[in-house]
Write a protein of this length. Sequence first.
Length: 138
Amino acid sequence: MMDHNAHTSLTFTRDERLKSKKKIEELFKYGSFFRVPPLQVKYLACPSCSYHQVLIAVPKKFHKKAVVRNLLKRRIREAYRINKPSLFEGGQTYHLIAIMYLSKEILPFSEIEKKLIKLLKRLPVDSSLPNHEASHES
RNA sequence: CGGGCAAGCCAGCCUAUCGCCUUUUUUGGUAACAGAAAGGGAGGAAAGUCCGGGCAACACAGAGCACCGUACUUCCUAACGGGAAGUCCUCCGGCUUGCCGGGGGGAGCCAGUGCAACAGAGAGUAUACCGCCUGGUGGCUUUGCUGCCGGGUAAGGGUGAAAGGGUGAGGUAAGAGCUCACCGGCCCUGGUGUGAAUCAGGGCGCAUGGUAAACCUUACGGGUUGAAAGGUCAAAUAGGUUCUGCAUAUAAGGGUUGCUCGCCCGCGCGGAAUGGGUAGACCGAUAGAUCCUUUUGGUGACAAAAGGGCCAGAUAAAUGAUAGGCCAUCUAUGGGAUGAAAUCCCGACAGAGGUACAGAACCCGGCUUAUUCGCUUGCUUUUUUU
RNA sequence: GGACCCGUAGCAUAACUGAAUAGUGCACCAGAUUACGGCUCUGGAGGUUGCAGGUUUGAAUCCUGCCGGGUUCA
């Protein structure tokens, strides 16, 4: 409520990043996931949140060098920032989202953006929650 | 002009739109926080973690041993295994043949102990296999050859990575530093130099081969741990810790770096203070062995002085994305210089092209490794034309 | 961020107090045995000892620097 613009404008502030250790553990324990070839997504409904919280990860397993990992994270973050308004068109439930990049290739921004748009469309932003028991335990 | 080597420098810029982190000021708000304005925002290696420091906590009466590290000299430095200047040895290249340039190396195996497979007669107070020389005594085809029993020898052969200085002469039965000359080595004295060293003189026949990235000796240095150090904030209590009173009485046991000596504390009961773990926030944590310019001293590393500047502080971890332009650079075609070739220069249009290595994690000084295009300096060098 | 360890045939492991052909088992190939296959027996091949320098007469081993993999620390 303090940050009205976070829903609609093209920002990506610190509060929109998923940082809490507990929430991350919860997400990876109970969240469901799907894939859009290079990207994998894990998500979990979060009734207590007032906006979506996103975590972006590029595993060290696929990319040894910090420069490459940072580059890919920046591209994914940018693509999310530009295309996130579509997430708010649905209902009022917000999610914890983890986006992971599982490929050895370094794709250009335009490719990553395409995949991310596809991915965001598949996210169930509506009120129909696929995993009730998970949200209860939290 | 081009090629090669070495050292050093640089690590694109501008505009628009949308964003990220942060500092200061300001507006709203009790506050958390939100908005606005103005600034700042990765590297030469931020990397590897190979060294050295700062900083912090703990420990510390002291001595010895052990352990670890370093090793030509002098200097620089907060310190270093780093750097500078020099010195000696060695390798490569060049020529003017003793100089220049570059690479590598350096305490001590005449303090001791150990080690050297195979081969070889012998491998370290050495050795007699083939040889060389010779004494005695036999035999025979008697200036000689040869069997047996002895002796001398380290010249020659052969083995090996290495055979106990080298060359020449004398000497000898044959030989041998046995003697001598020169070269090499070691020791002493003196001169020069802060010193490593070097020069000169004298002595020693050489007793003293290699290996210390073998044990070791000598000299110097090192307390341990490591920002996940450590500190602050709010709540509750046990153990623990610290201080203190009483009691016990020098013993068990514990601490003191791994050990020894030495030193210190002591079963138990009571009182006071502190507050374990978990989750989190803040400090530590970004003004410093700082950066830039100039001057002075020094061969140089570097130091001093003056003036000016503030230059990332994130923490699931900030610099990005898109579009356009400028400008390096490259490619092909074209033009010019020249008698021609090689080579060089110019460049409208077109195409390629933002690049390599790589992302701060407490902070510095080094080392090592990775690295696109280009530029500067030094050394060296081929071909073609005139 | 700090500390530590390990790299040997396709796989697992010896030789790590230097010594000249780097050993062993499984797997692989060939032969024997069998009607054929397995088991068994005999023989063989396969190694840049992670890479690059150095010390030594001689390096898997000792020293230095890289590369790769792993363990651990509130």
